[in-house]
Design a protein around this ligand. Structure first.
Ligand code: PEP
Ligand code: MG
Length: 325
């Protein structure tokens, strides 16, 4: 079984009906790229940069970040590397960051991710400069976490422009065309996705947080873990609507939460129209095995029927039947 999976490493990632599907990897630290290359991923769909900031007493400065981002960009050559800006707060804390000694009343709803970065523009600008500098050495894309308001994109783009001006002044090279995308992981962002499609080059759905915020279930709380259900109809509809809105607007949409790496959901996501998945590299070949056996034409109608159901039992039954096509 293992060697059968291994043989898929170099196989084309496309369905029985010849639809190309991009399978990318999530990483936390630069050294994870070895595993990304070993499984033949199409790129890095999510670099969780907060791990460079965690478990240490001093913040990484701009140069240290630049070197980390550049090493990943170089290792991946012409494949895309999607660098997410600092997603600190809630379940991911860094003692070196200001405010870490004052616990927030409700950290998952507090000053995390893009909210934190916009409140600390000097830290954010240093990261944006480091990412821009690294963009000269590969195909880097920038990804903004936990968007809720269109104004958060506007403010981020203004800071990015400021970082570019600073780099031009010092004659530092960067990719002028670096794409900027946003994470859809707050229900408000999924429901008002037009704001984000207008302003951004691509979207990536973070199902881990989208489920947490849609169902009001703390993703780290064991006592409610049994209620954390990716198949809740509200969650499925938000994901499907986001994918379809992206298609209509001609903007790529990926899924980079844990759902993307669970082979039991691969056919469901393909039937919703998803063509780009990003997951832990250890799961990539299992998902690829599902992709190469899937027939999207046969899946589409069955998935629309599943999405219309409000009955959890029926949804599970219809999901099981997707395996037969
Ligand atoms: C997500 O929320 O699905 C996601 C990919 O981001 P993280 O798990 O790092 O919050
Ligand atoms: Mg998230």
């Amino acid at each position: 079984e293992r060697s059968k999976l291994k043989r898929l490493t170099t196989a084309r990632s496309c369905t029985l009906d010849e639809k190309e599907v991009s399978l990318q990897a999530n990483i936390e630290l630069p050294q994870d790229v070895d595993q990304v290359k070993a499984v033949g991923a199409d790129g890095v769909g999510l670099f969780r940069t907060e791990f460079l900031f965690m478990n240490r007493d001093e913040l990484p400065d701009e140069d240290e970040q630049f070197e980390a981002y550049r090493s990943v960009a170089r290792a991946l050559g012409n494949k895309p590397v999607t660098i997410r800006t600092l997603d600190i707060g809630a379940d991911k804390t860094a003692r070196a960051l200001r405010g870490s000694d004052r616990p927030a009343p409700n950290p998952a709803l507090g000053l995390r991710a893009i909210r934190y970065c916009l409140a600390e523009p000097q830290i954010f600008l240093a990261q944006l400069r480091a990412i821009l500098r690294a963009s000269h050495y590969g195909r880097i894309r920038l990804l903004i976490p936990m968007l809720t308001h269109a104004s958060e994109v506007d403010q981020t783009l203004a800071l990015l422009e400021q970082a570019k001006v600073q780099l031009r002044q010092s004659r530092t090279k960067f990719d002028e065309g670096m794409e900027v995308g946003g994470m859809i992981e707050v229900p408000a962002a999924a429901l008002a996705v037009g704001h984000f499609l207008q302003r951004l080059d691509f979207l990536s759905i973070g199902t881990n947080d989208l489920i947490q915020y849609t169902l009001a279930i703390d993703r780290t709380d064991e006592t409610v873990a049994h209620l954390y259900d990716p198949l809740h109809p509200a969650v499925l509809r938000l994901i499907a609507q986001t994918i379809q809105a992206g298609q209509r607007a001609g903007r790529p949409v990926a899924v980079c939460g844990e759902m993307a790496g669970d082979p039991t959901f691969t056919r469901l996501l393909l039937g919703m129209g998803l063509r780009s998945f990003s997951m832990h590299p250890a799961l990539l070949l299992e998902v690829k095995q599902q992709v190469v056996m899937a027939d999207i034409q046969a899946l589409t109608g069955k998935v629309s029927r599943l999405l219309r159901s409000d009955d959890p039992e029926r949804i599970r039954e219809l999901l099981g039947r997707l395996g037969e096509v």
